[in-house]
Write a protein that binds this ligand. Structure first.
Ligand SMILES: O=P(O)(O)OC[C@H]1O[C@](O)(CO)[C@@H](O)[C@@H]1O
Length: 251
């Protein structure tokens, strides 16, 4: 894993935006894997600003999101469909029909999981996946204990995830307890991954990722087995890590 150390959330977001914009310009048909949550908001803001200023076009880009809550329709402001529309898609020239998220209200959710993986495979896979990390090491909504062989699946959210995400809801009781998420194996198929990590709340997770072993008890640890991962982490997130410049491996 390559590590880019940055000062703060702003610099992390700018660095990530610079990379994404460059890749979209080089390959206008790039297939992007996108994440939600607080972490990528700054990245999306910068993609929008660049689109407005420099006219970087997403007309031929296709996108695939990691996850969606079970039971929230796309018009629910807490759904990830809504988040993506309002945080990014409505502000750039990507075609609505080229944006994909798992459907958390599908009648047959198991079929939906299979459909989602097959669709991504059929379209040639994800070129660049943007990832955040949960405080417990989750990627997508794959919580500790998830099989590294997992494909897109329905998961029970960990209590710590429900608590962390309650900030977006009126009360913790409104947070769905389940989600549909791309599995670990689905995520690992991406040709390239950028992991964004910011803030002291993620410092323990980042330390575990860099210093710890590869174990299903810490889902993000599988990223060490991927050939092309770049971590962009800020000083607060790195506060518990002793790293050599540019390298996030122990060796
Ligand atoms: O960026 P946050 O809000 O800390 O969330 C961490 C991760 O958890 C998720 O919300 C769950 O998928 C991711 O989208 C995100 O990367």
């Amino acid at each position: 894993m390559k590590l880019i150390q940055v000062k703060d959330y702003q610099e992390m977001s700018q660095k990530a935006a610079d990379i994404v914009i460059e890749k979209v310009k080089t390959n206008p048909q790039i297939q992007l894997g996108l994440a939600t949550g607080g972490t990528p908001e700054g990245l999306y803001d910068r993609l929008i600003a660049d689109h407005k200023e420099n006219h970087t076009s997403y007309e031929q880009v296709k996108s695939f999101n990691l996850d969606e809550y079970i039971g929230l329709s796309s018009t629910n402001p807490n759904s990830y469909h809504y988040y993506m529309a309002h945080t990014l898609f409505n502000h750039i020239d990507i075609n609505q029909e080229d944006t994909n998220l798992p459907n958390g209200t599908a009648e047959n959710i198991q079929e939906e999981c299979v459909r989602y993986d097959e669709m991504i495979d059929k379209m040639g896979g994800i070129d660049l996946q943007i990832l955040g990390i949960g405080q417990n090491g989750h990627i997508g909504f794959n919580e500790p204990g998830t099989s590294f062989a997992s494909k897109t699946q329905v998961v029970d959210l960990a209590q710590s995830t429900i608590e962390a995400n309650a900030r977006y809801f009126n009360s913790i009781d409104e947070v769905p307890t389940q989600a549909v998420t791309m599995g670990i194996a689905s995520i690992m198929k991406s040709k390239e991954i950028i992991l964004l990590v910011s803030g002291v709340a993620k410092s323990e997770a980042l330390k575990q990722l860099i210093d710890g072993d590869i174990t299903e008890e810490f889902p993000a640890s599988i990223l060490k087995n991927h050939q092309n991962v770049t971590i962009i982490a800020d000083q607060d997130a790195l506060s518990k890590v002793h790293v050599q410049r540019g390298s996030a491996s122990r060796d």
